[in-house]
Write a protein that binds this ligand. Sequence first.
Ligand code: ADP
Length: 529
Amino acid sequence: MFATVTRSEGALLSTHTSIDADTVWELVVARAAQTPDFILITDENDRTLTCAQYRHAAERAAAGFYAEGVRPGDTVAWQLPTWIETIVLLGALARLGVRQVPVLPVYRDRELGFCLVQTGASLLCVPATWRGVDYAAMAARVAEALPGLEVRVCDRSLPDGDPATLPAPPAADTTRDVRWIYYTSGTTADPKGAQHTDHSSIAAGKAFCVRQHVRFADRFGMAFPFTHVGGLNNLLAGLREGMGLVCVEAFDPAMSAAVFTKNHVTLVGGAPAFYLSFIELQRKNPGVSVLPEVRFMSGGGAPMPPEMHLEVKREIGGLGIGHGWGMTESCITAINDPTDTDEHLMYTSGRAVLGMEIKAVLPDGSTAAAGVDGEMRVRGDSVMVGYLDPALNADAFDADGWFRTGDIGHLDVDGYVVITGRMKDIIIRKGENISAKEIEDLLYAHPKVIDAAVIGLPDRDRGEMVCAVVECRDGNDPLTEAELAQYCNDAQIMRQKIPERLEVVDTLPRNATGKILKHELRARYSARP
Ligand code: ADP
């Protein structure tokens, strides 16, 4: 069940220590010095970079960018797949002390343009074409309206230069400067630019390592896009502990599992949509684990049906899922310790991570007691310094500096976080609040259902009606309204919560991190009675 540590890694284990650093670049340098030959990054084409090679490649690319005119303090956006070169580019720009704007590859003209205008980026790095999308053409279209923006096509290639020409790296006292602007994936409204610092990003990486017992020579299979804030956080975790990253340029369950297995992956990171893909893959391949050396899966970003933890533990193996609660604005905020009880792993998102505080707040502003739902607010090291658009900040933080997450939930008596919904994800039926998540969890457990989203649709009599949108295991034998009603009755939930409308879809619309796009479903079904 546990990964083999090679002989040279075994020798290093005795000398290895976790690295604390003020800046991202300092972390790169310290890791390269401590374990130069440890393989930091591997991709699906068996290309690798050791810690020393990573530092070297990043320095050369930094010098190349410098020669092309990029200066410390500039703003550079990059919309690139999860390639080794992308991770090198991040290191190169960190070496230069540039403000980085990683952009999800799924963004198109509208969202990309929005990010570029708002950040005032002077350079955008894109692939020529990737997976059928002409990124160079899109970048050119967007740049036409932005005279200050240059476009650089980085097709698995980066500029090259002599590191001796580089200016000094960022000083330790720049650790709280804004260096990262991550856009929320926009399941709600326009993307919002969350400003992070090296301090907040490094804190998130450390917190993940501490809570999830990351150790030297672990290998982390990165299922989600590197441009997500989790990409940076996991890279920093890898640099801190000497945890290798195994990357795939785009997620495909069978291919990713094969690459992860071949490279002795011990931890898999993602979100419920990724856990689900691996469970489905395992069911198609009974008998042999599709991820044989994985200790546990971890991730966050969306609600997880409780059964998923047991499904992973029982069917794939290992400890199951150490799920967490996090967001672009505050990175990993709470996450489970994978050695916690099944009860905690199934029903909670774990306790606040190192450096973070969490509380549930009642509508009158007081702190909710254990077990009582309120608006979840967070404070601490991994929270962004604010949105790039200052107009958003007045509402985003309360008077005491707590970030209002917009999520509803509570802390249990032991301080474990339970997210029960989202302020905008409550269905108000005849004045009664109904949590979509509760019904989704129930539907997920139905044998015919792969995944489900429950939404409120405008309704003249009820204000909103409860609509279930489900993806079924067998398209020829979908869930019927009668079966749904029977199932909900058997589960003895109150009648008002039983979905009044059922829509069966081939696939639920999801964003890049696999979160179901409920606003799309609402728009789709509100239009059609
Ligand atoms: P967006 O707000 O655009 O969806 P993010 O990708 O940053 O952006 O998503 C963060 C949100 O995802 C959280 O505010 C929360 O609603 C949801 N989320 C994250 N983790 C969990 C979890 N463990 N349980 C329930 N919801 C979660």
